[in-house]
Design a binder for this molecule. Structure first.
Ligand code: CTP
Length: 435
C-alpha cells in the first residue's frame, strides 16, 4: 500500500474499470444534488488500497440509501431490488454491472448466529459494526471531499502490516460466520490473524458458537473459501482453530491431506487449462476432499447435511471404498490397456476423479488418470444406436452394452473405422442371439 495523502481519488480513476468510475461519478452528482452523504465502503476500498481492481461496489448512504438506490437506478437506466428489512438495495445497470446500496445502519444480534435486527445509524456506527479493520474503511463520494479516506479503526495500517483484526470482542458472537471469513481473507492476502483476534476465534469455537448457524449459511461460507485460489491453506487454518468440528466433530486435516489438497489445487488448474475453465464445481471437489477422511456412513451423513447431491455423494462413497484397488491397478507396471483405465473410472465425474488423482502417490497412476480425463472419456464411436436398430436388434439395455463393448475395442485400437465398429457390433449381437 503506497504511503500518501488520505485521499484515494487517483486510485479510483486508475484502478477501477472505466464503467465503474462513471457509475461512481453518477453517484457523486446524485448525492450532491440531493444533499445526501455517500461513501464507497468495504471490500472495494480494501482492494483499491491493496493495488487491486474490483468489480464489487458497495455504496453507503447516510439515512437515504433506499431513495438513493431508486434514483441511482433511474439515472443509470438500470433496475433495482430493495431489501427493506436490511436497509439495503441492489442496483443492476445495463451490461450487468451491480452496485449494492445501503443506508448507514447498525445491527443488533438477538442471539448468536441469528440474523441481525437492523436500525438506521450514523456512518461511525455503521463502520464499527463490521467484521475486520481492513473491511471497515470508507471513501467519501461527495464532490467536495471525493476520495477522502475515512479510517476510524486503523484499517489502513492493518492493510499495510498484513493483519486481520476484529473491531470489538463481540464480533464472532454477533456473527460466527466471521470465524470462516477470517481464514478466507488470511489465506487470500497472505495476512496473519492478530493474536487477540485469534484468541477470540478460539473462544468462539470452544463455546461451539457455530452450532447456532444453519448448515446452509455454513455451506455458503465454505463455498466462498473453496472458490479462492488456495483453499488447502484455509483448510489447514480451519483445522488449527478447530473450526472443522462444525462440519463434523471427528473431522481432521492431516499434513498428508494438506499435501493432497495442494496437489488438487494444481490439478484443478491443469484441468481448467485443458478444458477452458468450464464445468468444474469447486464446491463438490474441495468439499469431497475435505470430508474424505470420514468413514463411509459419516461421509454420507455429512454430505447430506450440506446438501451434496445424491449422485455426487454416491460417487464419493464409491471412490473412497475403491481407492486402494484403483490406485493399485492404475499404478501397475507394464502395459495397461486403455479399456481397463476407462472401466476403472467411467462411473465417476471429473471432480471425484481429480480428488482420487490428487491422492495417488504413483506417477504412473496419475499419468493414466490424466490420460482418461483428456482423451479416453471423450472418445466417441462412429456408429450409434440407429445402426444397431438397422440390424434388427430390439430396443433394450443391450444397446448400451453392445455400444460400450465396441467403444472399449476402439480405445484399445481393435477397431479403427466405422466398418470395423459395425462388424464388431454385429458379431456381438449374433453371439448373444446364439447364446
Ligand atoms: N461484512 C461484515 N460481516 C460479515 C459480512 C460482511 O462486517 N459477516 C461487511 C464488511 O465490511 C465487508 C462488507 O460487509 O467488507 C461486504 O461484505 P462482502 O461482500 O461479503 O465482503 P467483501 O469484503 O466485499 O469481500 P469479497 O472480496 O470476498 O467480496
Amino acid at each position: 500500500v503506497p504511503e500518501g495523502p488520505h485521499n484515494i481519488a487517483s486510485m479510483i480513476s486508475s484502478q477501477l474499470d472505466p464503467r465503474l468510475v462513471r457509475l461512481l461519478k453518477t453517484a457523486t452528482s446524485l448525492a450532491d444534488r440531493r444533499g445526501w452523504k455517500a461513501y464507497l465502503v468495504g471490500g472495494a476500498v480494501r482492494d483499491l488500497l491493496l493495488g487491486k481492481s474490483t468489480f464489487d461496489l458497495d455504496i453507503l448512504v447516510e439515512e437515504h440509501g433506499l431513495k438513493f438506490a431508486r434514483e441511482y437506478a433511474r439515472l443509470g437506466k438500470g433496475t433495482f431490488k430493495i431489501y427493506r428489512r436490511f436497509y439495503t438495495a441492489l442496483v443492476i445497470f445495463p451490461g450487468g454491472l451491480k452496485v449494492d446500496v445501503t443506508t448507514t445502519r447498525s445491527e443488533e444480534y438477538p442471539r448468536p448466529g441469528a440474523l441481525p435486527e437492523v436500525v438506521p445509524a450514523s456512518l461511525e456506527e455503521d463502520l464499527l459494526r463490521r467484521d475486520f479493520t481492513i473491511n471497515a474503511l470508507a471513501v467519501s463520494l461527495n464532490r467536495s471531499s471525493f476520495g477522502r479516506l475515512i479510517d476510524r479503526c486503523g484499517g489502513r495500517r492493518d492493510l499495510e502490516e498484513g493483519i486481520i483484526r476484529v473491531l470489538h470482542p463481540r464480533s464472532f458472537r454477533d456473527d460466527p460466520t466471521r470465524i470462516f471469513r477470517a481464514v478466507r481473507f488470511q489465506q487470500r492476502f497472505g495476512f496473519s490473524i492478530e493474536a487477540g483476534t485469534e484468541e477470540l476465534i478460539r473462544s468462539a469455537v470452544s463455546i461451539k458458537m457455530f452450532e447456532a448457524v444453519s448448515p446452509e449459511r455454513l455451506r455458503r461460507e465454505l463455498e466462498l473459501i473453496m472458490k479462492e485460489p488456495h483453499p488447502a491453506r484455509a483448510f489447514a487454518a480451519m483445522a488449527r482453530y478447530d473450526e472443522l468440528r462444525f462440519i463434523h466433530p471427528d473431522l481432521v486435516f492431516s499434513p498428508a491431506q494438506l499435501q493432497s489438497v495442494e496437489r488438487l489445487e494444481k490439478d484443478c488448474r491443469w484441468f481448467k487449462k485443458q478444458f477452458g475453465g468450464n464445468g468444474l464445481s469447486a464446491w463438490r471437489m474441495y468439499f469431497g476432499a475435505l470430508i474424505w477422511p470420514l468413514g463411509a456412513e459419516e461421509l454420507e451423513k455429512t454430505g447430506k447435511k450440506f446438501n451434496l447431491s445424491q449422485k455426487v455423494l454416491k460417487q464419493l462413497v464409491r471412490a473412497k471404498r475403491d481407492e486402494k484397488i484403483l490406485s493399485g491397478s492404475l499404478s501397475s507396471p507394464g502395459d495397461l490397456p486403455p479399456s481397463r483405465i476407462f472401466s476403472a473410472l467411467e462411473k465417476l465425474d471429473p471432480e471425484i476423479i481429480l480428488i482420487l488423482m490428487s491422492r495417488f502417490a504413483s506417477s504412473r497412476a496419475r499419468t493414466r488418470t490424466k490420460d482418461y480425463l483428456v482423451k479416453l472419456r471423450r472418445e466417441k464411436l462412429e456408429i450409434s444406436g440407429q445402426d444397431l436398430k438397422k440390424t434388427g436388434l430390439l430396443p433394450g439395455p443391450r444397446y448400451r452394452k453392445v455400444l460400450r463393448r465396441v467403444l472399449l475395442a476402439r480405445l484399445d485400437g481393435e477397431v479403427r473405422s466405422r466398418r470395423d465398429e459395425l462388424a464388431l457390433a454385429r458379431r456381438l449381437i449374433d453371439k448373444t442371439r446364439n447364446d
